[in-house]
Ligand binder design. Structure first.
Ligand SMILES: Cc1ncc(COP(=O)(O)O)c(C=O)c1O
Length: 402
């Protein structure tokens, strides 16, 4: 306890403990936070579906039918029709043969990477003799990083989106069983993995490929099907494991994997976070089915989100902020030192904008930032208000490069 006390004292002394403000309402562009009306610019509810009447209604109807919880693991009493319905819907949406769902995206990453790279010891020992290696992008999400550690296999980190470095490492470990894993859209930088090149390398060097579509599902590609669609790639044929979370554009909670029938059948008996955890709520499953239907039938929502995104990014860039290599709805504004990023975020709040800062360990040390996100439901006036507010705080804190 002494160690914990000292860590907490350090954070307090340096003004670094997160503000942990309380949000009193749904993820709308205008929200009440700590009793104050502010503009929300950090939600992952990119398409505004979290409060869409059809989505909310689906959750209510499922709760009436099934109750509030699944009340068991999928292998015991929690294998509900509504879960299977969502699996079928997401498999079709992503163009795979089948799908499996977990209660969260984090547990999906833990469950799939450990099951693939550290299989349960079922069957003769020669199943497990081949040594493995996981090749992971340096900016992959923490849930992938943790899953890699939990797999007990060798983990080799390649430079962010650098296919030359990836190839060098694939060559070095050519004899091993290999899994390459990358985010489709990177959660803190908002850039996109070069999946076309990565797919070719995986085929050339006989590596399995897994992508995390947390921030791409509903967003990337002509129909919002994800990064694979953007690059004209297909589930199973080009990408072995398509993982995604249900907590961003799909607006609920959960994680899924889409792939071949065999992969999904295997994961149901090999993924510990699937077997030993209660299934996702019926309300989440039903709302996800409704969200997928809206994404398929109302492309105008995604178009509005992209218009808003381009307007905000262009605004930041013309003011002289550094938005790194963002090309998506995730627009980081690089601040640098932690204390300056905390100060920027607090000044934003005072002036009516909610956008907490992101610091190590979520991003590299010295690269603290405000991770702004855009929603389809923002208005141009709200975006302009944010830009004006950032301009004045940016000049107060000497952040604008002209
Ligand atoms: C790329 C990525 N993968 C996985 C996750 C974990 O998903 P969840 O929040 O559903 O647990 C996140 C969440 O932020 C993410 O950004």
């Amino acid at each position: 306890m002494e160690e914990i006390r000292r860590i907490l004292e350090y954070l307090e002394k340096h003004n670094l403990y997160p503000d942990m403000r309380i949000i009193q309402g749904g993820a709308e562009p205008e929200v009440i936070v700590d009793g104050k009306k502010v503009l929300m610019f950090s939600s992952n509810n990119y398409l505004g579906l979290a409060t869409h009447p059809k989505v909310v209604n689906a959750a209510i109807e499922a709760t009436k039918k099934y109750g509030v919880g699944a009340d068991g693991s999928r292998l015991l009493s929690g294998n509900l029709q509504v879960h299977r319905d969502f699996e079928i819907a997401i498999a079709k949406f992503k163009g795979g043969e089948d799908a499996i769902v977990w209660p969260t995206g984090y547990s999906a990453n833990l469950g799939v990477i450990t099951a693939i790279m550290n299989p349960p010891k079922i069957g003769p020992l020669d199943f497990f003799r081949r040594k493995g290696v996981i090749l992971s992008d340096s900016l992959n999400h923490a849930s992938i990083v943790d899953a890699c550690k939990m797999s007990g296999q060798k983990v080799v980190v390649y430079k962010h989106c650098n296919t030359a470095d990836l190839e060098k490492k694939l060559k070095k470990y050519s004899k091993r069983k290999k899994l390459v894993v990358t985010d489709g859209v990177f959660s803190m930088d908002g850039d996109v993995a070069p999946l076309d090149k990565i797919t070719l390398l995986c085929k050339r060097y006989d590596a399995m490929l897994m992508i995390d579509e947390a921030h791409s599902t509903g967003m990337q590609g002509e129909n919002g099907h994800g990064t694979a669609e953007r690059f004209g790639l297909e589930a199973v044929k080009d990408i072995d494991i398509i993982l995604g979370t249900c907590s961003k554009a799909l607006a609920a909670t959960g994680g899924f994997v889409v792939g071949s029938k065999e992969l999904i059948k295997y994961l149901r008996i090999a993924s510990r976070s699937y077997i030993f955890s209660t299934a996702m709520t019926p309300a989440a499953s039903a709302s996800l089915i409704a969200s997928l239907k809206i994404i398929e039938s109302e492309p105008g929502i995604r178009e509005k989100m992209w218009q808003n995104t381009e307007c905000l990014r262009a605004g930041f860039n013309s003011l002289g902020f550094d938005t790194l290599s963002s090309e998506t709805q995730i627009i980081p504004v690089l601040i640098g030192p932690d204390d300056k990023a905390v100060e920027f975020s607090r000044r934003l709040f005072k002036r009516g904008v909610y956008a907490p800062c992101v610091r190590w360990p979520a991003v590299e040390k010295g690269k603290a930032r405000i991770r702004f996100t855009v929603m389809a439901t923002h208005t141009v006036e709200q975006i302009n208000f944010l830009l004006k507010t950032c301009e004045s705080i940016g000049s107060e804190l000497n952040l604008l490069v002209k």
